[in-house]
Design a protein around this ligand. Structure first.
Ligand code: GDP
Length: 458
């Protein structure tokens, strides 16, 4: 099948040391021959060996555009499995655009976002979960997310999914054959055997779904709600964590504040401060404690930071907040440790059992303890970044949930003594759901949607 040849600037469109223009497709060699000249104008890149690099110049007709190094990779040994050429040029935005224009002029067309990776997928070099990891790598906001994306790219998800799909197809085939040929193949005792297999598989899928939650935390940031009565010091704390004066700190209780939506990075862990309204109208949380909005803010949070003004005594409003956060992962901060204390950790402990840290947002005391505690809570053995299979993608998680549902139906059918052909329908559904994770039995729309999320040039 003849495919057209695509080209894009693969590096960021900002001034930098070098820029890369990538060309992939059947005409890649043809096109580079038209625009490249070696120093003595004595060689054609279509003649050189694969995986070699060549010094020379890019010419648009008789006009020299830039001095470059060109990397030649022949099909199928390239990222896209197609003939691929990468032009390393000077990193100026103008130069990169000019070279791209030249390449387009001589026969390539501009790549769509993610099209190189899409080709790698369509040509069978990577599966869909690996392709999606590339999106994650491009987008990953921090080191931890990057590590987990890298481990996906190694195909650990793929391995688990394939293994389970193979088991499923084996059982489906067995049932179908037995139903076709009851004289020779007996299903006697089979449901009990299948029960064990499916139950084991359910366990594995549940584990993957759980890791998806962790994966989400790392990728998107830990949803964090900062709660507490007005004037407890929430904005001051946020300012320190954010490292800039974004929130407006004020002495006047209930003063309207800036809308706040922050992504804080604590040594590689992202905290997303959620529900700006909850922070803005602190009053809602306290005086109208039943208000859904305040409750939502806390409900949505993965982590609650509850700030108490330790220079004041606890009151009804504090007790009301404690009720709301009782079941949440919470760190309680006894703020204003620089002032004389009216509320101690012991006082708080009488009402609620949570980690308590004493800080002074004003003097910036105890902030390190808070940061360390947050890191501890999320990374102490709970999440491993090396080999643990982590599904960092919502689509994966949904597909896993569907597979789980189908498998649970199988379990039910077995328990209820239903005929075997009932099992195979649900086994097939589970098989298909798992298949969508690695890009089998996928609608083309879905493929396009996934790839359109990629950056240009990848
Ligand atoms: P919020 O209403 O909970 O957001 O509280 P703010 O951050 O606006 O702080 C209310 C007041 O308490 C401000 O005047 C702050 O300067 C003061 N404040 C905040 N943290 C501390 C602290 O650790 N020590 C002292 N002495 N004052 C603080």
């Amino acid at each position: 099948m003849k495919t057209d040849t695509i080209a894009a600037i693969a590096t960021a469109l900002t001034p930098s040391g070098i820029g890369i223009i990538r060309i992939s497709g059947q005409d890649a060699m043809n096109i580079i021959d038209k625009v490249y000249r070696s120093k003595n104008n004595d060689k054609l890149l279509s003649d050189v060996k694969s995986h070699t690099i060549h010094y020379g110049y890019i010419y648009d007709g008789e006009e020299m555009v830039d001095e470059v190094m060109v990397l030649v990779m022949r099909a199928p040994n390239s990222y896209t499995k197609e003939d691929t050429v990468e032009i390393d040029c000077h990193g100026g935005v103008f130069v990169m655009k000019r070279i791209l224009e030249t390449v387009l002029k001589y026969g390539a067309r501009p790549a769509e976002p993610g099209e190189f990776t899409k080709r790698a997928f369509l040509n069978g070099r990577i599966d869909l979960s690996q392709a999606e990891s590339v999106i994650d790598i491009i987008n990953s906001k921090n080191e931890y997310a990057l590590n987990s994306s890298l481990s996906q790219l190694k195909g650990s998800i793929k391995r688990d999914i394939i293994k389970n799909r193979e088991k499923l197809i084996h059982e489906i085939a067995f049932i179908e054959t037995a139903l076709d040929d009851p004289e020779h193949i007996s299903l006697e005792g089979y449901p009990e055997k299948l029960y064990v297999i499916v139950a084991k598989m359910l366990e594995e899928i549940n584990h993957l779904i759980k890791s998806a939650d962790n994966g989400k935390i790392i990728k998107e940031g830990i949803k964090t709600a900062i709660v507490g009565k007005p004037n407890a010091g929430k904005s001051s704390l946020l300012n320190i964590l954010v490292g800039e004066e974004r929130a407006i700190v004020t002495d006047v209780e209930g003063t309207t504040r800036d809308t706040l939506e922050e992504n804080i990075n604590l040594s590689g862990i992202s905290l997303n401060i959620i529900d700006t309204a909850g922070i803005r109208h602190t009053e809602d949380i306290v005086e109208k404690i039943g208000v859904d909005k305040a409750k939502n803010c806390i409900d949505l949070a993965d982590l609650v930071i509850y700030v108490i003004d330790s220079s004041k005594e606890l009151d009804e409003n504090d007790f009301a907040i404690m009720e709301q956060i009782r079941d949440k992962k919470t760190i309680i901060l006894l703020n204003k440790s620089d002032l004389s204390s009216k509320t101690t950790a012991e006082d708080v402990k009488k009402h609620i059992d949570k980690t308590i840290i004493s800080i002074s947002a004003k003097e910036e005391i105890g902030i390190n303890d808070l940061e360390n505690k947050i890191k501890d809570m999320f990374f102490s053995g709970k999440i491993s970044f090396n080999d643990e299979v982590m599904i960092t993608n919502v689509r994966h998680k949904n597909a896993l949930a569907e597979a789980k549902e189908s498998l649970e139906l199988v379990i039910n059918s077995i328990r209820n003594g239903l005929p075997e052909d009932f099992f195979s329908i649900d086994l097939m559904n589970a098989y298909e759901s798992l298949g969508t994770i690695i890009g089998e039995s996928l609608e083309e729309d879905l493929v396009n949607e996934i790839f359109s999320k990629f950056c240009m040039g990848k």
